[in-house]
Structures are given as structure tokens and as C-alpha cells.
Design a protein around this ligand. Structure first.
Ligand code: RTP
Ligand code: MG
Length: 139
């Protein structure tokens, strides 16, 4: 069965005009974009999406950052896309994310108390199913 993952181009990526560059990396890797929407996250969506991080010091600034402008939610598909997109995205901190990755090539430290790191990708099949339902509730 073809795997699906939930990708977010976070508000920093939209603001910097990197939607196209990020989607191009997904497509040139060979994955298929199945759903795509530019939207403003609701507090309910962010609380559900980041439930695992509630209570951590970076949670309040993270939710604030994710609310500050529109983001792109998309579903990408292909064999191995969950791990494949995480690999394309690079590690969480853009300062040290490997060159060649989205975060490593396009991101950096902006001196803020949250890591503005351009993208999110689901980290497991369970997360992907849960997160796709949050951002594409109509199915
Ligand atoms: P994501 O969930 O967004 O794909 O990123 P991730 O798995 O690499 O990182 P995770 O640990 O799940 O953290 C979620 C997001 O929170 C922000 N963060 N900031 N110490 C910090 O400043 C800090 N730690 C995490 C990042 O935006 C991270 O992507
Ligand atoms: Mg994560």
C-alpha cells in the first residue's frame, strides 16, 4: 500500500516565499502531492497537532509562531514517504541540519526562542493518520 505523510510548510516558509522551493523538493524526489491547502491554523488544530509537546518550554512560542501567518498543509504519497520526507527535511535545528536538506539549505537561526525550521513532517504511520485527519478533516 502506498504510504502517505502530512507535511506543513510552516509560516516562516510561506512568509519567505519558499512554498514552491519546498514543494519542488518533494516532487523532484519522486513523491506525489495528493492534497494541498493554504490556510490559517486554528488554536484547536495546533493543540491537536502538537499535543505531544504540551508542557514543554518551547510549546507556547511554538504555537504562537505557527499562528502568526498562513501555512501550507499537504499530503504527499509514495513508498517510504514518511521516512523519506523526514530525511529531506533534515534535523530539527536548521543551524546544524545537513546541507542538502530543506532545513540545512534554506533555514537558519533567527535568534528567537523557537526553532523556525520551515517544515513539519509526520514521524510515523500513526502520526501521519492522526495529522492528516487534523488538517484535512473532510477526508
Ligand atoms: P516537526 O515535528 O515540526 O516535523 O519537527 P521535529 O519532529 O524535527 O521536531 P519536534 O521535536 O517534534 O518539535 C516540534 C517543533 O517545535 C519546534 N521546536 N523548537 N528548543 C526549541 O526551540 C524547539 N524545539 C522544538 C520546532 O519548530 C520543531 O520543529
Ligand atoms: Mg515532530
Amino acid at each position: 500500500m502506498t504510504e502517505r505523510t502530512l507535511v506543513l510548510v510552516k509560516p516562516d516558509g510561506v512568509e519567505r516565499g519558499l512554498i514552491g522551493a519546498i514543494i519542488a523538493r518533494i516532487e523532484t524526489k519522486g513523491y506525489t502531492v495528493e492534497r494541498l491547502e493554504l490556510l490559517r491554523a486554528t488554536p484547536e488544530q495546533l493543540a491537536a497537532h502538537y499535543a505531544e509537546h504540551e508542557g514543554k518550554p518551547f510549546y507556547p512560542p511554538l504555537v504562537e509562531f505557527m499562528s502568526e501567518g498562513p501555512l501550507v498543509a499537504l499530503v504527499a504519497s509514495g513508498h517510504g514517504v514518511i521516512q523519506g520526507f523526514r530525511s529531506l527535511a533534515g534535523t530539527t535545528d536548521p543551524t546544524t541540519a545537513a546541507p542538502g536538506t530543506i532545513r540545512g539549505d534554506l533555514g537558519r537561526d533567527w535568534g528567537l526562542n523557537v526553532q523556525k525550521n520551515l517544515v513539519h513532517g509526520s514521524d510515523s504511520e500513526e502520526s501521519a493518520a492522526r495529522e492528516i485527519a487534523i488538517w484535512f478533516p473532510e477526508g
